[in-house]
Design a protein around this ligand. Structure first.
Ligand code: ADP
Ligand code: ADP
Length: 219
């Protein structure tokens, strides 16, 4: 449902991705793990068409993300919690996304409730939000179209332990309903509760791809 196949990407002299291949099947959660600069963001950006691989293919639901007819309804994407316009309220941010996706505004309030942003918080400008609140807003936007695929870059950033448990439960629920979830992280601890498999990347290369229990044992 999410697949990178032999993806290579250079930025000048930097080999950001070196023959990277892995897949996330329906009903499963994969944690994409590696230190800063390892290539995680580049791989996720390839998946959603923001970065063009030099060679290889990156597909969502079997095709290039950009060729999906309603990408926002197929795959929810969180790339960077700072994407949201600081001068808009959280609710406005989501309502604008509803317009883009052709969804009723009521859907914005549904996902706000789902991510635990209160009515009062959703009416404040994003510039007043903590990082954790911005993450929740970004996750809310990813969930708007009720997609079967989630691609999330460092979704646990800024979430406290309770927030991380909430996120783990939410992602588990999506996977149990047949969704495919890919999330990146620079540390194993926080994602240990979430993933079925761990794909480890270092300096642009896949170092390991195993069930979580094995990955934990290797630490
Ligand atoms: P991660 O998300 O794991 O921190 P990135 O995918 O952001 O890693 O970066 C991988 C490597 O590619 C790093 O060396 C980074 O500096 C480089 N890189 C990423 N994007 C660009 C870009 N647009 N131009 C030049 N170098 C880039
Ligand atoms: P993230 O926090 O999502 O990993 P980064 O802060 O690494 O994102 O990068 C933000 C933007 O800058 C991205 O578009 C990325 O491709 C680009 N970028 C990252 N590293 C470099 C670099 N060394 N040179 C130029 N652009 C870069």
């Amino acid at each position: 449902m999410i697949e990178l196949s032999h993806v290579t990407k250079r930025f000048g002299a930097t080999l950001a991705l070196d023959d990277v291949s892995f897949a996330v099947r329906p009903g499963s959660i994969v944690s994409f793990l590696g230190p800063n600069g390892a290539g995680k963001s580049t791989a996720l950006r390839c998946l959603v068409g923001l970065v063009q691989p030099d060679t290889g293919t990156a597909t969502v639901a079997g095709v290039a993300y950009r060729t999906l007819r309603s990408p926002g309804l197929v795959a929810g994407v969180l790339l960077n919690a700072d994407d949201a316009h600081p001068g808009r309220t959280g609710r406005e941010t989501l309502r604008l996304a509803c317009l883009t996706l052709g969804l009723p505004f009521s859907r914005a309030d549904e996902v706000l409730a789902e991510v635990g942003l209160s009515r009062a918080e959703s009416r404040r400008r994003v510039r007043t939000y903590s990082l954790g609140m911005r993450q929740r807003l970004g996750i809310a936007r990813a969930l708007l179209g009720d997609p079967s695929v989630l691609v999330l870059d460092e979704p646990a950033n800024g979430l406290d332990p309770q927030g991380q448990r909430w996120l783990a439960g939410l992602l588990r629920q999506r996977a149990e309903r047949g969704g495919a979830v890919l999330l990146s992280s620079h540390q194993l601890a926080e994602v240990a509760r979430i993933a079925d498999r761990v794909v480890m990347i270092g300096a642009g290369r896949v170092l390991a791809n195993r069930p979580l229990a094995d990955a934990g044992a290797a630490e």
